[in-house]
Ligand binder design. Structure first.
Ligand code: B16
Ligand code: MG
Length: 218
């Protein structure tokens, strides 16, 4: 069997936690008097927690002491953890289970490549922790997307060459990271935002099984 490496982002690809990140960041921005909408949030997708707060502060021209910065980061994460506390398998995005089981049946290695430090908690809650052959998350990387580090570590863990890996991403920074890693990039979401991806689908329900069988046999 021909083996490829299938690498999935978490937030916005496997589960819709992108919504909860948005709500937590908006709450924080409001307390600082900084306006924050869905369009602003788009620029935070796939971006680390620290970098996200730096961006929000720069949009509002706000400077903070190190202690206050750390306090706000912690507060955002506590709010976010509150939102995700009751997650269950119903929050797995449509057709993700179909895709994962097809890849499993075809003995394809599967990895998670996420910027989130909460990735394992979320996978556990939705019952997918044991599905992945490798998990690389925000606790394993030092360089944020669009740096390819997260996906290159995932490929290494799967023992698959980067050019044989396919990345599924909902963020432009993530698509750029996949391209920078020399991997096939598949955008999940808006084709205008994800225009740098090699393929884009609105969601997994739009991806026919033949797309995966073709990727495997190529
Ligand atoms: P956390 P992904 C990313 O996850 C999110 O897209 C991004 O919005 C978030 O700031 C980042 O994780 C860090 O998450 O605060 O949970 O460590 O899309 O790379 O799976
Ligand atoms: Mg994402």
């Amino acid at each position: 069997m021909n083996k490829k490496g299938f690498i999935f982002d978490l937030d916005g690809v496997i589960v819709d936690t992108a919504r909860y990140h948005f709500l937590a960041w908006r709450k924080l921005a409001e307390t600082l008097g900084i306006s924050f909408n869905e369009k602003d949030n788009e620029q935070l997708k796939g971006v680390s927690r620290v970098r996200s707060l730096e961006k929000i502060l720069s949009w509002g021209n706000v400077n903070l002491t190190r202690d206050r910065f750390d306090e706000l980061l912690e507060r955002k994460n506590q709010d976010y953890l509150g939102y995700i506390a009751d997650m269950n398998e119903d929050e797995i995005l449509p057709d993700v289970p179909r895709v994962l089981s097809y890849l499993k049946q075809n003995e394809q290695p599967i990895a998670l490549g996420s910027a989130s430090k909460n990735a394992r908690v979320i996978l556990e809650e939705v019952g997918l922790l044991n599905v992945f052959d490798a998990i690389v998350d925000g606790t394993n990387v030092t360089k944020a997307k669009p740096n390819p580090e997260v996906f290159l570590i995932a490929a290494e863990k799967l023992r698959v060459a980067p050019e044989k890996c396919i990345v599924f991403e909902d963020a432009l920074a993530g698509i750029q990271a996949a391209n920078n890693a020399g991997m096939t990039s598949v955008g999940i979401g808006n084709p205008t935002i994800l225009r740098e991806a090699m393929y884009v689908f609105k969601d997994f329900t739009e991806i026919p099984t033949e797309f995966f069988s073709k990727l495997i046999s190529e």
